[in-house]
Design a protein around this ligand. Sequence first.
Ligand code: ACO
Length: 217
Amino acid sequence: MEHTANIPNTKRLLIWGAGDQGTVALDCALATKKYSRIDFLDIREKGHRQIPGYRIYEEAKENINTLLPSYDEVIVASGSNYLREKKIAQILAAGVPLATLIHPTAVISPSARVSKGCTILANAVINSNAYVGIGCIVNTNAVVEHDCLAEDYVNICPQVSMGGHAKIGRRSFIGIGSTILDHITVGRESIVGAGAVVIRNVPDGVTVVGVPAKRRL
Ligand SMILES: CC(=O)SCCNC(=O)CCNC(=O)[C@H](O)C(C)(C)COP(=O)(O)OP(=O)(O)OC[C@H]1O[C@@H](n2cnc3c(N)ncnc32)[C@H](O)[C@@H]1OP(=O)(O)O
């Protein structure tokens, strides 16, 4: 049986991505109580994960330009910064509203800005004057402190801590449990390894690991 919660005056959501991030996005979307119907569109070209009770369209078999506009909102659920950017471009080109999923236990300062297409998961904190760009993931228990900047399509993994005024460049991946000290900048398309402590600025397109974080050659 497909999921159709009995909630009046709510919206239809399509989650584009039916893998791990898709199921996490589903839980978050259910917690918001905003949606009367939720379906999935699988990103993979072959096969898809079963999510009992939910309809999963297969991307390869669907006319995306017809399917997307039949929903009130679409969220892209993929841990790949590249894929989120690519799919979000398709959604915007189709003129369909991007969802922004914010778990009810997340704490977002009234002065912070969270852009469209973001997924902000349970117990995340986004503090005063912080800015989170389009299509970012701020994962469980991550802390984006005051005046931080995360550019578009950034993935901030669980338990990441960003000190005040820290910056993350477009499409960078910040590994689980890592710490970025205050006023430090991580460049674009860079990777911070799990558990790293970043004490110096990181250039574009590099991977850093360790405590203190050093470039991995
Ligand atoms: C909800 C979720 O699950 S969100 C996802 C959470 N997952 C993560 O955060 C994973 C983050 N990814 C990492 O930390 C990865 O290890 C990366 C991206 C830094 C490196 O990945 P790879 O390029 O595959 O590196 P690989 O595993 O081959 O290791 C290369 C070297 O780096 C070291 N290394 C790899 N990761 C780390 C790390 N996080 N800290 C310290 N050293 C590391 C390895 O020990 C190895 O060292 P050696 O050459 O001396 O043996």
